[in-house]
Design a protein around this ligand. Structure first.
Ligand code: SF4
Length: 317
């Protein structure tokens, strides 16, 4: 069993500085999770979803948190000095399966040596045998994998190894960024069923993906991200069955469904450049329901289980 996590993100802004420009990849994002809920963050490439995950684990190469709050179990993480954050929070309370992490396993060290390295950094060498055994077994791998080198493992086994590494110090929350990308369909299904098993055992996940189908497998709540903002947030059931934001509707209509015939549509155009985002709604250029007032920032309106950021709902008040 894992410890229960409560995560709250409030008005978070993250920026990258590129030469003379500031790119705000995460721009005023808020959401919260309770008990051991899991959240799926979905959106197109470059919408800022990976940056959001990296900001929560405070590991943003070339970027920095500009403002906002991140609370884990009501404890503000922002005020924790870097030294303490690295010893007491990163990997211990929140860990991350980075995008493409299975390809970054060190080819010259055995899997066991790579686990031991993490434990050495966190001064947990004393109980390394038990911690490594527990995390390897929790992802359904045989202990014999520890003596292997990365090139001796299949893609699916490597991905299980990086998930086991994320579980090593028994964190409350695991952020998994595109954990099934680059795997074949069968292995994808195995990884999803592993994540579901871990969730059932009490682990909280923040799953980042462009794939609505994968998000729907293990998320209780969903945040739809577009150009640095969450445009709709709510329970999986509500967002998928009754999408409010035109972007959410377009995303759902562009995703094939296994059990029913559907007329797929493709979403034309591209998201705006975050170095110079347009004023007002960032979906304006692609939105079939755009109106004149959409050139102003859309209001945030409550939905049954979350919120939506769109002028259509302000009109209905
Ligand atoms: Fe479309 Fe306007 Fe809503 Fe933006 S605010 S999604 S442009 S209707």
């Amino acid at each position: 069993m894992y410890l229960v996590a409560t995560l709250s993100v409030k008005d978070l802004r993250v920026q990258y500085r590129l030469k003379d420009k500031v790119v705000r990849a995460v721009d005023g994002i808020s959401f919260s999770l309770e008990n051991n809920e899991s959240v799926g963050i979905v959106g197109e490439s470059g919408c800022g979803k990976s940056t959001l995950g990296l900001a929560i684990i405070r590991s943003i190469p070339g970027g920095k948190i500009e403002s906002g709050e991140i609370l884990l179990d009501r404890e503000p993480l922002q005020t924790i000095p870097e030294d303490e954050f690295s010893k007491e929070v990163r990997w211990k309370k929140i860990s991350m399966v980075f995008q493409g992490a299975m390809n970054s396993l060190d080819p010259v060290f055995s899997i066991k040596q790579q686990f031991e390295e993490i434990l050495k950094e966190h001064k947990r060498v004393g109980d390394s045998v038990e911690l490594i055994r527990r995390s390897i077994e929790s992802v359904g791998l045989p202990l014999s994998v520890l003596d292997k080198f990365p090139h001796e493992l299949s893609g699916g086994m490597k991905q299980r190894v990086v998930i086991a590494m994320a579980l090593l110090l028994n964190p409350r929350l695991v952020i998994a960024d595109e954990p099934t990308t680059a795997l074949d369909v069968l292995v994808q299904a195995q990884i999803i069923s592993l994540l579901k098993k871990l969730k059932k055992e009490g682990m909280s996940f923040m799953l980042i993906s462009h794939d609505l189908g994968i998000i729907s497998e293990i998320s209780d709540k969903v945040g739809i991200m577009y150009a640095g903002k969450i445009v709709e947030f709510g329970t999986l059931q509500e967002v998928y069955s009754s999408p409010q934001h035109p972007y959410t509707r377009a995303l759902l209509k562009s995703t094939p469904k296994v059990r029913e015939e559907s007329n797929l549509i493709s979403l034309k155009g591209n998201p705006p450049n975050l170095a110079s985002p347009p004023l007002g709604c960032r979906f304006y250029d692609r939105c079939p329901q755009a109106m004149e007032k959409c050139t102003e920032d859309p209001p945030i309106s409550k939905t049954k289980t979350g919120y939506v950021s769109c002028w259509l709902y302000e009109q209905e008040k």
